[in-house]
Ligand binder design. Structure first.
Ligand code: EPU
Length: 347
């Protein structure tokens, strides 16, 4: 298996900050996985394409970067079952499916990242989530050295969450993701931004619209390094929501089950006066306040400092604690954002 020591990660994280890991493994086959050393007493982190990871320090932990490739299609009279290696590029898969007449992922076009990362945080956009089309996930368990199959239910998907971030965290590696696309396809135009499309739109027309929406709002990480939404949209009680709505009648909201309401973190950040804010070569994007961007800092700590500042401003104005979707990684491995102590302030 390919292994590199003292590996610089600047080109392996979409924030483009500097960090070096002591070792990085690139497993591509089951035999490679079996050769991995026992890392249970070390700090390590499983990295996809690095589009949702912030390396906070100049030193990173040991990295495992799965590179399983390949896409297989099984066609039945009613569905397509598509098996995809975890190291494949997500948007490449979306394009491949559409080119082969397999529809469903068009709303998830242009999301940066690898296929193996999609189940971990149950990626979602424009009214669709990964879990809508998940059949099962194949996962290599470190202790038993075997590949297990987890059904969609066993993956415990919820908003930007799954069992891979919870009970199975760092206990194994996703090697393959298996999708189930019914041939009886229906356009999903539920998201407000897609309502201008004709209800008979093709999957290709939806994909083109999603791509143009994303390009208009979200900065291209190649040009302005970023990790998409930095924070998750917060979920509050109906009680807290109705108090807020009285004060802010334009507050965007999405009703959830169990008497809960999801709010738009981007709106809260903009109302806190931070859209376009810039300091220490990092900032809040001028078109989508949920995205923190790196103009030219090499230092992940600057982004953490900005995120703490944004979190504090929103807390002070709305009494809502927004928390990052982006994962924080130090030399000690992944950390809770709350536990990161940063010396300096933005103000
Ligand atoms: N809004 C503002 N100001 C802003 C940003 C948003 O007022 O600066 C308002 C919008 O006008 C709208 C509401 O907030 O009323 C929601 O905004 P938007 O539709 O742009 O979506 P979002 O909730 O900010 C989520 C996902 C995105 C996904 C979009 C579209 C999360 C954390 N983010 O953002 O996902 O593309 O919906 O479905 O759930 C990502 O995860 O990296 C990502 C980009």
């Amino acid at each position: 298996m390919e292994l590199s020591k003292q590996f610089p990660l600047q080109n392996n994280n979409s924030f483009n900050v500097k960090s070096i890991c002591p070792a990085i493994y690139f497993p591509k086959t089951l035999a490679d996985l079996e050769q991995l050393p026992d890392l249970s007493s070390y700090n390590f982190y499983i990295l996809g394409d690095g589009t949702n990871t912030l390396f906070v320090e100049q030193q990173a932990p040991i990295i495992i970067k799965p590179e399983f490739s390949g896409i297989d299609i099984l066609e039945t009279p009613e569905r397509y079952i598509v098996s995809v290696g975890a190291g494949e590029y997500w948007h490449g898969l979306v394009c491949f499916c559409l080119e082969n007449g397999i529809y469903g992922l068009e709303n998830l076009a242009l999301i940066p990242g690898s296929v193996g990362a999609a189940p971990v945080q149950n990626i979602g956009a424009y009214g669709v989530e990964f879990s809508n089309f998940c059949s099962h996930v194949k996962w290599f368990e470190f202790t038993s050295q075997t590949i297990k199959t987890l059904s969609k239910d066993e993956c415990q998907f919820s908003y930007r969450n799954s069992i891979f971030k919870q009970d199975l965290y760092n206990k194994g590696i996703i090697v393959e993701v298996v999708f189930d696309f019914p041939k009886a396809w229906q356009a999903n135009l539920s998201y407000a931004g897609l309502s201008t499309l004709d209800k008979n739109s093709t999957a290709k027309q939806i994909m083109d619209k999603v791509i143009s929406l994303r390009k208009s709002k979200l900065p291209d990480p190649i040009k302005i390094p970023n990790a998409g939404s930095f924070f998750k949209n917060p979920v509050v009680s109906e009680q807290q929501f109705s108090l807020l709505q009285k004060m802010y009648p334009n507050l965007p909201f999405y009703l959830q089950s169990k008497g809960q309401v999801k709010l738009a973190a981007g709106w809260l950040i903009e109302q806190a006066g931070l859209k376009g804010y810039r300091k220490n070569d990092v900032g809040v994007h001028e078109h989508q306040a949920l995205v923190l961007v790196n103009y030219k800092s090499n230092n992940g700590e600057n982004i953490v400092a900005l995120a703490k500042y944004v979190q504090q401003k929103v807390l002070t104005k709305f009494n809502i604690l927004i928390s990052p979707e982006v994962r924080m990684v130090t030399k000690q491995g992944e950390q809770d954002f709350a536990d990161l102590i940063i010396d300096y302030k933005c103000d």
